[in-house]
Write a protein that binds this ligand. Structure first.
Ligand code: AMP
Ligand code: MN
Ligand code: MN
Ligand code: MN
Length: 280
């Protein structure tokens, strides 16, 4: 089955609207899709509406990518198959969205102090629900302070950029409890993309399991075979499931696309087999 369990719409930092995303997924023959916007589940009902009105064949799963804080820094937890009507989840995500706007205000002040003026005003020219550094990078480029988004991250808002980026997210325990409370499965997103040594990443995976985490992403575009094999050892050690997702944000990129990631060996236990597809 062709599926993708990690992608974004313009409800966070993706380019496409939920309806455009559904159309795009249909064109690519995707049969099962989880929309996993950063700290938002608000695009999912619209995506579902567009499936109905366009009579698309694909099935949609409720999803979310929650930013959380650990002793190892900030991580992302994908919640798969969450009930988008769940009140506790909705309220907690609203709180994260408010924190994101507060963080953007803070960053805007810090940026102005190093001569990068007007970033938040430029962001606000678009309708944004969940503000991310991705939106700010685009604004920094449009204002002429960086030649492209990569440079905006490198110079200003990335890990080693000039601006300190406050992190004020919920704990992993809270994120996992919210996801489970909404009937979903919690997945550690793109484990190799955090700035951690192998030893630290091993400890993070152990902490994620201890907090109730259930799965690791084991197939995504930037993950090579050596790293995947390394992750597989930790997956087996902690009895975790695997998940797969492209982390699609924009069409027409060379290195990634919706539904594009390596196919995993059938013998690896996968979240796909944990979903009761007949009930979806
Ligand atoms: P935030 O969650 O607000 O910190 O924003 C993080 C988002 O920015 C990620 O989900 C990526 O989509 C994007 N991002 C992070 N780092 C980079 C980078 N170096 N280059 C391009 N996009 C990035
Ligand atoms: Mn993103
Ligand atoms: Mn992420
Ligand atoms: Mn993502």
């Amino acid at each position: 089955m062709k599926f993708d369990f990690h992608c974004h719409s313009h409800y966070s930092d993706g380019l496409l609207s939920p309806a455009e995303l559904i159309e795009y997924a249909e064109e690519r023959g995707i049969e099962l899709l989880a929309l996993t916007d950063h700290d938002s589940i608000d695009g999912i009902a619209l995506a579902q509406d567009s499936i109905q009105s366009s009579q698309a064949k694909l099935r949609l799963i409720g999803g979310v990518e929650i930013s959380a804080l650990t002793a190892f820094g900030e991580i992302h937890i994908v919640g798969l198959n969450v009930d988008v009507q769940n009140g506790a989840l909705k309220a907690a995500l609203k709180e994260q969205q408010d924190k994101r706007w507060q963080r953007a205000e803070d960053m805007n002040v810090r940026l102005a102090k190093v001569g990068v003026v007007g970033v938040l005003d430029a962001c606000k020219k678009d309708v944004i629900q969940v503000i991310t550094r991705s939106h700010m990078a685009t604004a920094i480029v449009s204002l002429g302070y960086a030649k492209d988004r990569q440079q905006a991250f490198k110079k200003y808002i990335g890990k080693k950029g000039r601006i300190k980026v406050p992190k004020n997210w919920m704990t992993i325990e809270d994120a996992i409890a919210l996801i489970n409370g909404a009937g979903g499965i919690s997945i550690l997103a793109h484990p190799t993309r955090y700035p951690l040594s192998n030893r630290q990443l091993g400890l993070l995976i152990a902490a994620f399991k201890l907090a109730g985490g259930e799965a690791l992403e084991l197939a995504y575009p930037s993950l090579n075979k050596d790293k995947r094999d390394w992750l597989l050892v930790h997956l087996e050690k902690h009895n975790l499931l695997a998940s797969s997702g492209s982390d699609f944000h924009y069409p027409n990129l060379k290195w990634t696309d919706l539904g594009r990631f390596p196919v995993l060996d059938d013998r690896i236990p996968h979240v796909l087999n944990q979903l009761n597809l007949s009930l979806l």
